[in-house]
Design a protein around this ligand. Sequence first.
Ligand SMILES: *Cc1c(COP(=O)(O)O)cnc(C)c1O
Length: 240
Amino acid sequence: MTFLADNFRAIEQRVNEACKQAGREPGSVNILPVTKTFSTDTIKMAIDLGYHRFAENKAQELKEKAIELEEYDQLKWVIIGYLQTNKSKEVATYASEIQSLDRIELAKALDNRLQSAGKSIKALIQVKTSPEETKSGLEISEVPKFLNELKESGIQTLDLQGFMTIAENTSNQDAVRKCFSDLRELAERCRDITGLALPQLSMGMSGDFEIAIQEGATEIRIGTAIFGDRDYKQGMSERI
Ligand SMILES: *Cc1c(COP(=O)(O)O)cnc(C)c1O
């Protein structure tokens, strides 16, 4: 318990410091704890510390944890990993947000399930800003077309709030920074094109969130810096 409280406090302090340095309001960056591979006992400790919104990268794991923690009725689950279309039901049922929206088939499949469930969820478009082969998401150049397809589809159950990206996994800080600034610039262009507010920029993880904050992140997704190292053999479907 105390190690978690200490880690949360340390991250909050670093976020505040990064905001100050960037001339931003400390409250303008939200911390999204990433709980993939960690147990519901660990999540309960985070709940006791006042956190209620958690991210998972697999639909099945999200579902299982949501069911195990059903008694906490104010919990919100966010899916941040590549989502197979046939896993739409799990997300429509148990998540309040998807940050890995990357194709129109998925949007339509989610819409179907969400309409049946009579609910809507928030959605961020995942954009591939990194040159690495393994990273998922839409290419920057594909995003305007995708926004148009979404509009044409008339989907009402996905509340489009902005964009998510994973920066290049490199010690080259300039390359990391470019991923984040590319996403910010893309968001600015898309606001002009669509007239939508698209306020959310989900970018920055344990190793690079200070740079993301400098480049305008509104939300950072933090796993290992809060919960410790993951067991990669068990939990990871893609290399992050
Ligand atoms: C695992 C994961 C994170 C958190 O990564 P850490 O380096 O542990 O902070 C953030 N975003 C996505 C999409 C992830 O899959």
